[in-house]
Design a protein around this ligand. Structure first.
Ligand SMILES: *Cc1c(COP(=O)(O)O)cnc(C)c1O
Length: 422
């Protein structure tokens, strides 16, 4: 693609964009009466205009039916979560039975570690990326301590090489091989939240299995952003939140994938609740737990229908747009943002540095930009001019042009604002 840093070029790209109709399906925050340039869909996705109706329907059905809504609501609450298995499986590349939507991300990470982090005195270590999202670090540390091990010894962090920003996949794989006798589990963020780097999940899974370890991924920044093939890659487990790229609202209900080979494993440790129990006999209220032979066995509580209604509105949009089209546009749009920043750099003495990989197979739609020599006032100027991006201390601006609702014109206008703010 040959890009041009002009309004005419951006508008021409928008007019050819097969997904352009989706922009009007979302609410954009306004600033000074104008739509903002919203580049933080990686942090909190925008609200689909349909969400209110989906949630209102459930409130109405609750008013109309009371408890009978479990059976008579337009979408029966008893089986409400079942609607997600097929469309969410498509988003992450899984079989429907491998998916359940429940709880929130960090909670699910803990529940999955109950099942998949089973250390013994020989194998007790967890391998992860350095500077993982703090919640993941706390979850891993507390699980390690819960089993009586010392996080300093049991957690192996793989860092970027001196002078580099991203972690090399080959370094992760080498560390897996080196620690093959003591590794219990590998847990990595599919996309690093800070650099936007995508890890080679297929190769890491293969290497992990060869070393005899369980392999899981936190896909908070990957679900709805990348083409994933969790089942074909043979990943053991994964989890993600729904409020980032998946646009399901603040603190929205989260998603879990568990590979089918674990679904019928008899003695897998699990924290159980009645919503994981065999549906045919659940309401006999008997004391012995009979797991559903799908990822639903990990469900403990009945479904949070209001939060799920918001998720349903968003998932229906993904199902219609399709990940193939979204990823195709994301590559073009992110490539355009990269081009525009490179153009601006030509006239700068102290250049902006994109620390996200240049290789488009190693990134999604986020670019992390180091604003060398410029403090937070650059970010404040951008905000004042109507750009909502994300600042990370000490000097990183994260920008995510999201294919569902961002346009090429957004990227062009962002560039103009950036230029005048420097
Ligand atoms: C956003 C994010 C979280 C947030 O966890 P919650 O339980 O949803 O609050 C955790 N881990 C990663 C990698 C994230 O990107």
């Amino acid at each position: 693609m040959i890009y041009e840093n002009t309004l005419a070029f951006a508008q021409q790209m928008d007019s050819k964009d097969g997904l352009k109709g989706y922009r009007d399906k979302f609410y954009f925050p306004l600033m000074h009466g104008k739509k903002t340039i919203y580049f933080t869909g990686n942090s909190l996705g925008l609200q689909p205009k349909t969400t209110q109706d989906y949630v209102l329907n459930e409130l109405e059905d609750w008013a109309t039916f009371g408890v009978e809504g479990h059976f008579h609501a337009r979408n029966k609450w008893l089986s409400y979560h079942e609607q997600f298995a097929a469309p969410v499986a498509k988003i992450v590349g899984a079989l429907p039975a491998e998916i359940v939507v429940m709880n929130q991300l960090t909670v699910n990470l803990h529940l999955l570690m109950v099942s998949f982090y089973r250390p013994n005195n020989k194998r007790y270590k967890i391998l992860c990326e350095a500077k993982a999202f703090p919640s993941d670090q706390y979850a891993m540390q507390s699980q390690v301590k819960f089993h009586g091990y010392n996080p300093g010894d049991a957690i192996i962090e793989i860092a970027a090489r001196e002078g580099e920003n991203c972690i090399r996949d080959e370094d992760i794989i080498e560390a897996i091989e080196k620690n093959k006798d003591s590794l219990a589990m590998i847990l990595i963020g599919g996309v690093n939240y800070f650099t936007g780097q995508v890890f080679d999940m297929k190769a890491i899974t293969e290497a992990g299995h060869k070393a005899g370890a369980i392999v899981g991924f936190d896909l908070a920044h990957a679900a709805g952003n990348l083409k994933l093939h969790l089942h074909d890659w043979n990943v053991d487990f994964a989890c993600w939140c729904s409020y980032k790229y998946l646009n399901s609202g603040p603190g929205g209900v989260a998603g879990v994938y568990i590979n089918e080979r674990h679904l019928t494993e008899k003695d897998i440790p699990r924290f159980s609740g009645w919503w994981g129990h065999d549906k045919g006999t659940r309401f006999k209220m008997e004391k012995d737990f009979v797991p559903i032979p799908s990822a639903e066995a990990w469900q403990m509580s009945n479904a949070p229908v209001l939060s799920m209604a918001a998720h349903k509105a968003a998932v229906d949009i993904f199902d219609e747009a399709g990940m193939d089209a979204l990823v195709e546009k994301a590559e073009l749009l992110t490539g355009y943002l990269e081009f525009v920043i490179d153009e601006i750099n030509k006239s700068l003495e102290q250049k902006l540095e994109i620390i996200t990989p240049r290789d488009k197979t190693q990134r999604g739609c986020q670019l992390s930009v180091v604003a060398h020599g410029r403090g937070k006032d650059l970010f404040n100027k951008l905000t004042e001019a109507g750009v909502i991006s994300d600042w990370r201390e000490p000097n990183v601006i994260r920008c995510a042009p999201v294919p569902l609702y961002n346009s090429f014109e957004d990227v062009f206008t962002f560039g103009e604002i950036l230029k005048s703010s420097l």
